[in-house]
Design a protein around this ligand. Structure first.
Ligand code: ZN
Ligand code: CA
Length: 463
């Protein structure tokens, strides 16, 4: 969720950082050879979900109104070729603001652009047929589709007398789909609770302990979870604002139909993120906000030792969804280094639509996605840690040989002797910045280099 004033301040900060990072990029290009473009090959081992796949956040704030599902549908084939294995779509049902809603003000959880209510038949993103076409096309490319579930609150109800507040409240919901009608007793305060873990803005706050709510969300045969899974054919779930309600709601939802799940637990504390994942019974991953803030500190403040900070990916790699920016927050200036970090480290990386389609160079992004899916794997060992240079080794796993990733925060090319896992083998640099082919000594030692304010990624030759 977001608030507009917050977005404006972020936009200003982003412009400042973008200007700064553009200067750095020019320096890099002056010394770096062309990127060796590698994209997904047919022998790729990676499947959707944690353990090899790459997620695309397939929207941004205030996408053009009208036909977004069709726009995304037109990207599917290229994203598949680039190695994207799943997409996260915005909340797809009718919000209070009808055809202009980004979906985070849910009114009718079963109106995907079919009913004339809230001033519009279609949603901001299109109609039901457009969405069905998109999901079907994604599946034909073996790309999974995740729904954005806004379960903390509803919006757009009619005014009614509320005995629990003694006032009139906007809590009477009579959706034209006929599904999930709600009244004052379904919201806080009611006969069960005065409140729950959190409320968002002034939105009516759903009480998940109320049987009418739990039945419609996950419990009954007619539940939202079953409809989204079995009728709409969504494969997974992104839960919005999970700080606003108990983790048991996510657990029950996922247990009702299965599928990959990730929660927006907006908290930079890695222990808190791990606690939330544990509280869902391990049914859900969490966005790694700890990694996000650590990368911002490391790459934008000239102190790479922040990469040693605690992160969810270091505590529970299988449950960390890593990201560089999203529709709510965009504070990292040196985005290429941040993407190089998440694509070479543990966790399930999520690419932001605007970064991929608009702001960054697609060939460089595709190269990093290819590295993630083909080379990166296994545990991580830090080889060198200083404020201006930082080197990590992924130790390899299964078909993935592992990588050595070298971040350089200085104004000059740097080089370091490191210990690899590849005795007596040849290694090369896979992003195209260095043409060195190095032979590793019998004890694993090898000399590698990295360009100024950027990164190099090394592995054995032959890929
Ligand atoms: Zn409650
Ligand atoms: Ca709540």
């Amino acid at each position: 969720m977001k608030k507009q004033f917050y977005k404006l301040s972020q936009a200003f900060l982003f412009l400042v950082l973008l200007t700064f990072s553009q200067c750095k990029k020019t320096d890099v290009k002056a010394t770096a050879p062309a990127v060796d473009i590698k994209i997904k090959n047919t022998s790729s081992f990676a499947a959707p979900g944690p353990g090899g796949g790459v997620l695309m956040q397939a929207f941004y704030w205030n996408t053009p109104a009208g036909s977004w599902w069709t726009t995304v549908n037109g990207k599917i084939a290229a994203w598949d070729a680039a190695g994207i294995s799943a997409i996260w779509l915005p909340p797809a049902t009718k919000g209070q603001s009808g055809g202009s809603s980004m979906g985070y003000d849910p009114f009718d959880y079963f109106d995907f652009g079919t009913y004339n209510q809230m001033g519009s038949v279609t949603t901001r993103f299109g109609n039901l047929t457009d969405l069905n076409t998109l999901i079907s096309n994604a599946h034909s490319h073996n790309i999974q589709v995740y729904a954005d579930m806004v379960l903390n609150h509803s919006s757009g109800g009619a005014l009614e007398a509320n005995p629990y507040t003694g006032t009139n409240t906007y809590t009477k919901f009579i959706p034209l789909s006929g599904k999930f009608p709600r009244t004052y007793s379904d919201f806080h305060p009611n006969n069960i609770h005065a409140s729950d873990e959190g409320a968002f803005g002034g939105f009516p706050d759903l009480c998940h302990a109320q049987a009418n709510v739990s039945n419609w969300v996950y419990n009954a045969t007619y539940s939202m979870s079953r409809y989204y899974k079995n009728t709409m054919h969504y494969d997974g779930w992104r839960f919005d604002y999970v700080l606003g309600y108990g983790a048991w709601v996510v657990q029950n939802y996922v247990n009702s139909v299965g599928g990959f799940a990730v929660g927006e637990d907006w908290d930079g504390n890695a222990a808190n993120l791990q606690n939330w994942v544990n509280a869902t019974g391990g049914t859900s991953s969490a966005f790694d906000f700890a990694c996000f803030y650590a990368m911002h500190s490391a790459f934008d403040s000239n102190d790479l030792t922040h990469l040693n900070d605690d992160m969810l990916l270091k505590r529970n790699a299988a449950k960390a969804v890593t990201f560089v920016s999203n529709h709510d927050t965009d504070i990292i200036g040196n985005k290429y280094s941040a993407y190089a970090y998440i694509m070479t480290h543990e966790g399930y990386p999520c690419v932001f639509y605007n970064d991929y389609e608009t702001w960054l160079t697609k060939s460089r992004m595709n190269n990093l996605i290819w590295i993630h899916r083909t080379l990166a794997g296994g545990t991580t060992t830090n080889l060198y840690s200083a404020s201006d240079q930082y080197i990590d080794r992924r130790n390899g796993y299964g078909a993935a040989p592992g990588v050595i990733v070298y971040f350089n925060g200085t104004d000059y090319w740097q080089q370091q002797w490191v210990t690899s896992n590849w005795a007596n083998k040849q290694i090369k640099e896979y992003t195209g910045v260095s043409s060195w082919i190095q032979t590793v000594a019998a004890d694993g030692r090898v000399l590698i280099q990295a360009p100024p304010h950027a990164y190099s990624i090394w592995s054995v030759t032959g890929y």
